[in-house]
Design a protein around this ligand. Structure first.
Ligand code: GLC
Length: 742
C-alpha cells in the first residue's frame, strides 16, 4: 500500500510541476513579446467608476488604455455584464492579455455574512471557511477573479474602525482564521470556476496604528512584529494565498509600500512568496505625502524596488517606470519579475484559455443570494452572537408572550446590518434582500403575540423627542427588546473614533426604558467593542449582535427565543473606558503587576478605574451551564522532543443543548524575554446535549512552548509552565504546572 502511495504522490507532484513548467514557459514566451509599455500596463490597476473605495482620480481614458494594453486589472467592476464588457476591451489589445477583476468581498458578495470580527466571535473555523467559500462561489459567478481578503491585521485597539474586518486581538486565533478564510476563498485550487484568489492584507501591522487613528504610523520592535503581527500573514501564505496587499502605514519609519524589509526580506525572501503584491489604494503615490518620496517618480522607484508588484490607483508606475528604466535607475528585471508574477496568476485562473469563463450570466443568476447561501449565512450569523449577560433567565424569551415592544434605532434598519464593506448595496428594495431585526421578529412570533415598535432616538445626535413614545410603547409590553449600537458607517475604513461609547443618547434611552421596570433585553449592534457601562451593569440581558448581514433578523430572533443557544466568545477585549486602550489579555506581568480591585500603592493600575476589562477576551455565556473537571496530563516533565497529552471532562449540566469554546492557555513562567501572563494556544468548540459529558483532549508540543527571543530565534526555553483551561481568558476552570527540562 505504502509503495503505491509514494508512487502516486510522485506522479501527482511530477504532473503539477509539469503543469507549472508549462505556465512558466507560457509566461516567459509572452513576456518576450511584450513592449515595456505593455509590461508596465500589467502593473497598473484602476477602479471602476460605480463604487470607489478610496480617493478617486478620474481617468477618462481607462477604456482606451485597456484596449492599448496599458491596464492589467480593474477593481469595483460589479457583475458579469460589466466584467464581460471590460474584458472585451482587453481582447482588442495587441497581445489580448485578459484583465484581472478584483473586489472587496470581505464578508460575502450578494449574500452578506456577519462582519469578520463577528465571525471570529463564533470561533467556528468550519463556519468561517464556509462563509468564505459561499462568498467565492457568488463572486466568481459574477465575474470576480480576486477578493481583497482576508484582512488579517491583529487589532488590539477598538478606536480603530477596521477591527471589524479582522479576527480580533489574538495571534493564535488570527492564524487559524486566516488559514480558514484563504482555504474558503481559494477552494480546492485556483482555476476552479468557483474559486477566487485571496489577497492577504494589510501587510503589515496596520492594526497597530498609533492612537487607533486609521493610516497612522506604526512603531514596534522587530520582536513584537514577528511574535504578534506577522503569524496570521504566514498562516495565510502557508494556506496558499495567491496575493498580498500592502498597507498605508509606515512601519518604523518606512511606508509598507516602499518597505524592502517587509516585502523583499520577509515576504518574498524568507517566506519565498511566489504570488504578487498589490499596493493598497494609492499607497505608492502616498509615499510623497508620507515625506518618504520626493515625487511620484521616486515613489515608483521605491515601490518597485521594495517589491510592490501592482499599483492600485496611484499612476506612479504608469507614468514613471519606463523613464526609470531608460535612465538606468531600475533594471528591467524588476519589472519583468512583477509582470511574471501577475501573468502566472492569469494563466492559473485559466483566463488565457477563456477570458470570459467567470462572466457567466446563468451561473450568476443561479448562485447569487440563493436560499442555500442564505441558510448558510443564517447559521454563521447565529454562531457569531455573543451572550454578555442573562440575569434571572430573562433569555430565552417565551413564545407565549402576549406583547413585545421592540424599541431602538436599529430595529427597522436594513443597511446597518450589512456592515461597512457590503458589496453593491442597492439604494432601493434592499428590504427584499435583507432581513431586518423587525422582520426577523415578525417571522418568529406567533399570531397570539403582539409586536409594538418605537424608534426612541437616532443612533447619534442628542435628540430625545422619541423617548416619550418609546416609554408609552414599553409600558404596554410584557418584555422590551432594545436594539441600539453603531450604524454601518461608524466602523470600517477611515472610521476611527476617539470615544467608543454607545453613540448619541442611546444609553439614556436604555435608562429610561429600564426605569419602567419592564424586563429588558438589549441588543448591541456594532463593528467594534463599545463602552456601555451603565447598560452592562443594569440591563438584565445583553446580546452582542455585531453586524450580522443578510439574515440578521432571523438569526437574532432564533437566539432571542432559544431556537439557537448562543455560543459566541469575544475575539477582542472590551475596555471599561477608552482610557484603558490599548488593553489586551495577553499582556506582560510588569514588575508591579496590576491589582484589580481598588488598586492602592505602587502597582501598575489606574487610580480612577478598575484595571480589568469590562468583558475579557474569550468571554461569552450560554443558556446552559458547563462544568470542567478531571484535568489530566500525561506527564509534568517533558523534553523538547516530547509532547504532553492533556485531557479533561466537559459536562453540560444545564437544561438545553449548547456549544462551549474551551480555551487552552499557557504561561511561560520566566524567559530570556518577559512572557505574557497567559496566551491562547489551542481551543475547541464542543456541542453537548443537556446532561452529556465528553472527554476533551489537547496536545502540548514544543511549538506551543516556543517564542521569539531577543535574537529573533524561534525557541522553547527550559523552565516552568502553567497550563490553564478556560471558558474565557479571565475564567480559568482548570490549572496544572509542568516543566520543560531541556
Ligand atoms: C481600501 C482598503 C483596502 C481595499 C482597497 C480596495 O482603501 O484599504 O482594504 O481592499 O482600498 O478597495
Amino acid at each position: 500500500m505504502k509503495k503505491i502511495t509514494t508512487m502516486t504522490l510522485l506522479m501527482v507532484s511530477f504532473f503539477a510541476m509539469a503543469q507549472q513548467e508549462t505556465i512558466d514557459q507560457k509566461v516567459n514566451s509572452l513576456l518576450k513579446r511584450m513592449t515595456i509599455e505593455e509590461k508596465i500596463g500589467q502593473l497598473n490597476q484602476y477602479t471602476g467608476d460605480n463604487s470607489a473605495t478610496g480617493p478617486i482620480n478620474i481617468n477618462p481614458n481607462k477604456q482606451a488604455e485597456i484596449k492599448a494594453g496599458l491596464i492589467g486589472s480593474m477593481l469595483n467592476i460589479i457583475g458579469t455584464k460589466y466584467t464581460r464588457q471590460y474584458q472585451e476591451l482587453a481582447m482588442q489589445s495587441r497581445l489580448k492579455i485578459p484583465l484581472l477583476f478584483g473586489q472587496d468581498v470581505i464578508h460575502g458578495y450578494k449574500t452578506t455574512f456577519p462582519i469578520p470580527l463577528a465571525e471570529a466571535a463564533s470561533w467556528d473555523l468550519e463556519a468561517i471557511e464556509l462563509s468564505a467559500r459561499v462568498a467565492a462561489i457568488e463572486a466568481s459567478a459574477s465575474g470576480i477573479h480576486w477578493t481583497f481578503a482576508p484582512m488579517v491585521d491583529i487589532g488590539r485597539d477598538p478606536r480603530w474602525g477596521r477591527v471589524m474586518e479582522g479576527a480580533g486581538e489574538d495571534t493564535y486565533l488570527g492564524t487559524k482564521i486566516a488559514h480558514a478564510r484563504v482555504k474558503g476563498f481559494q477552494g480546492n485550487k485556483l482555476g476552479d470556476l468557483n474559486s477566487v484568489m485571496a489577497c492577504v492584507k494589510h501587510f503589515a501591522a496596520y492594526g497597530a496604528a498609533i492612537g487607533g487613528r486609521d493610516y497612522n504610523s506604526v512603531d514596534m520592535s522587530e520582536r513584537m512584529l514577528w511574535e504578534t503581527y506577522l503569524p496570521p500573514f504566514k498562516a495565510a501564505l502557508d494556506a496558499g494565498a495567491a496575493t498580498f496587499m500592502n498597507s498605508f502605514n509606515d512601519v518604523n519609519g518606512i511606508p509598507a509600500t516602499g518597505n524592502k524589509h517587509l516585502q523583499r526580506d520577509i515576504l518574498k525572501g524568507k517566506w519565498n512568496f511566489q504570488g504578487f503584491v498589490v499596493s493598497d489604494w494609492g499607497s505608492i503615490g502616498e509615499m510623497v505625502a508620507h515625506g518618504y518620496s520626493k515625487d511620484l517618480k521616486s515613489a515608483a522607484f521605491s515601490a518597485i524596488t521594495a517589491g510592490s508588484d501592482m499599483d492600485m490607483e496611484s499612476n506612479a508606475y504608469r507614468y514613471n517606470l519606463a523613464e526609470l528604466v531608460k535612465e538606468g535607475k531600475i533594471a528591467i528585471d524588476l519589472i519583468d519579475d512583477a509582470v511574471k508574477r501577475i501573468l502566472r496568476k492569469k494563466f492559473e485562473l485559466g483566463l488565457f484559455d477563456d477570458p470570459y469563463r467567470y462572466s457567466d450570466t446563468k451561473r450568476e443568476e443561479k448562485e447569487l443570494n440563493n436560499p442555500e447561501n442564505r441558510k448558510t449565512a443564517l447559521e454563521v450569523a447565529k454562531k457569531s452572537i455573543v451572550l454578555l449577560k442573562n440575569e434571572n433567565e430573562t433569555l430565552p424569551l417565551s413564545k407565549n408572550l402576549k406583547t413585545i415592544a421592540f424599541i431602538g434605532p436599529m430595529v427597522k434598519e436594513y443597511k446597518a446590518n450589512m456592515g461597512f464593506w457590503a458589496v453593491d448595496l442597492p439604494e432601493v428594495n434592499y428590504d427584499k434582500w435583507i432581513v431586518s431585526q423587525w422582520d426577523g421578529l415578525q417571522n418568529k412570533v406567533g399570531k397570539n403575540t403582539k409586536l409594538l415598535y418605537a424608534k426612541g432616538c437616532e443612533v447619534d445626535g442628542d435628540n430625545k423627542d422619541g423617548f416619550a413614545e418609546a416609554l408609552t410603547t414599553a409600558k404596554q409590553a410584557d418584555v422590551v427588546i432594545l436594539s441600539i449600537g453603531e450604524r454601518h458607517d461608524m466602523s470600517g475604513e477611515a472610521k476611527s473614533r476617539s470615544d467608543i461609547h454607545l453613540p448619541g443618547v442611546q444609553e439614556d434611552l436604555v435608562k429610561a426604558i429600564m426605569a419602567t421596570g419592564k424586563p429588558v433585553v438589549v441588543l448591541i449592534n456594532s463593528g467594534r467593542p463599545l463602552v456601555f457601562n451603565w447598560t452592562a451593569d443594569n440591563a438584565p440581558a445583553i446580546l452582542y449582535t455585531w453586524w450580522l448581514g443578510t439574515e440578521a433578523g432571523n438569526a437574532i430572533a432564533d437566539v432571542l427565543f432559544g431556537d439557537y443557544n448562543p455560543s459566541g466568545k469575544l475575539p477582542m477585549t472590551f475596555p471599561r473606558e477608552v482610557g484603558q486602550i490599548p488593553i489586551y489579555y495577553n499582556h506582560f506581568s510588569t514588575g508591579r503587576p496590576p491589582a484589580d480591585e481598588n488598586a492602592k500603592g505602587y502597582v501598575s493600575s489606574y487610580i480612577d478605574l478598575k484595571n480589568s476589562p469590562k468583558f475579557p477576551f474569550g468571554y461569552g455565556l450560554s443558556y446552559t451551564k458547563f462544568d470542567y473537571s478531571g484535568l489530566k496530563l500525561s506527564s509534568t516533565k517533558i523534553k523538547s522532543n516530547e509532547n504532553i497529552k492533556v485531557s479533561f471532562q466537559l459536562s453540560n449540566i444545564g437544561k438545553v443543548t449548547g456549544e462551549e469554546v474551551v480555551q487552552l492557555y499557557l504561561q511561560d513562567k520566566f524567559g530570556s524575554v518577559v512572557r505574557p501572563v497567559l496566551e491562547l494556544k489551542d481551543f475547541q468548540k464542543v456541542k453537548l446535549d443537556a446532561g452529556e459529558s465528553k472527554t476533551i483532549a489537547f496536545t502540548i508540543d514544543k511549538e506551543k512552548l516556543s517564542f521569539y527571543n531577543n535574537k529573533l530565534e524561534w525557541i522553547a526555553e527550559p523552565g516552568d509552565f502553567e497550563l490553564m483551561i478556560g471558558a474565557s481568558s479571565a475564567d480559568i476552570k482548570l490549572k496544572a504546572d509542568f516543566e520543560l527540562v531541556d
